[in-house]
Ligand binder design. Structure first.
Ligand code: SF4
Length: 223
């Protein structure tokens, strides 16, 4: 089957492309990601994807990059992640489906379902919806069992690996989560240090008391 694969980045494309090719499908990749902020990051992820796909002989088609439209239609959901990510998937997959229909593909799929940090069920629903609206087939696969392998491979290949999902809101969320993790680790280290100091104080007090009692006993025996 001729499938247009929506890809979010290079590392997440490794395993889906391998698995779909093993099934005998003919693939092209649509880079439909107006969510990515800033533009330099969008270009860096595209370049990473493109240089890997060139080596594999797979065409990468960058679709429109209009972050203002994304902000207007998706960013308005703010910190409501469930609503925001659904709207984000919808925009990216609808555009992928529209391109697929115009260019004679039979089905669409997405690499978004590689990541255990994404909303897998929502991705499946939005892929189905985008395909049905466009009148083509959806080819949803839950690629999460391949996440670890994709991580290992992309590290070995020294691919650029991003630290946040894509939008400016996810960048802030990731930063905050990192800071919270750092603060929790620091607090736990300090608690361990305090516990060790208190145990040392206790041992020193016991030792001092034993020495005192021993001294008293010696004095008594000397009499
Ligand atoms: S967190 Fe990711 S999927 Fe959700 S809105 Fe932001 S870029 Fe889109």
């Amino acid at each position: 089957m001729r499938i247009l694969v929506h890809a979010c980045c290079g590392p997440c494309s490794l395993e889906p492309v391998r698995l779909l090719e093993e099934e005998g499908h003919e693939l092209a990749i649509a880079y439909s990601n107006p969510n990515i902020h800033p533009e330099a990051e969008y270009l860096k992820r595209l370049e990473t994807l493109q240089s890997w796909a060139d080596g594999e002989g797979i065409e990468v088609i960058p679709l429109v990059y209009d972050p203002e439209t994304w902000e207007h239609e998706v960013g308005v959901h703010g910190t409501d992640r469930a609503e925001r990510c659904r709207a984000c998937y919808r925009m990216r997959l609808q555009r992928t489906a529209a391109y697929a229909v115009e260019h004679g593909f039979e089905a669409i799929t997405t690499t978004l379902s590689v990541s255990p940090y994404q909303l897998t069920e929502v991705i499946a629903e939005e892929l189905e919806r985008a395909a049905a609206e466009a009148g083509i087939r959806s080819c949803f696969r839950d690629f999460r069992p391949h996440y670890q392998q994709a991580t290992i491979l992309s590290r070995e290949m020294r691919m650029y690996r991003q630290w946040y999902c894509g939008c400016h809101l996810s960048m802030e969320e990731s930063k905050r989560e990192r800071e919270e993790r750092f603060a929790a680790r620091k607090a736990s280290k300090e608690a361990r240090r305090a516990a060790r100091a208190s145990a040392e104080q206790y041992c020193a007090a016991i030792e001092a008391r034993s020495r005192m009692e021993l001294g008293r006993k010696d004095a008594h025996e000397d009499r």
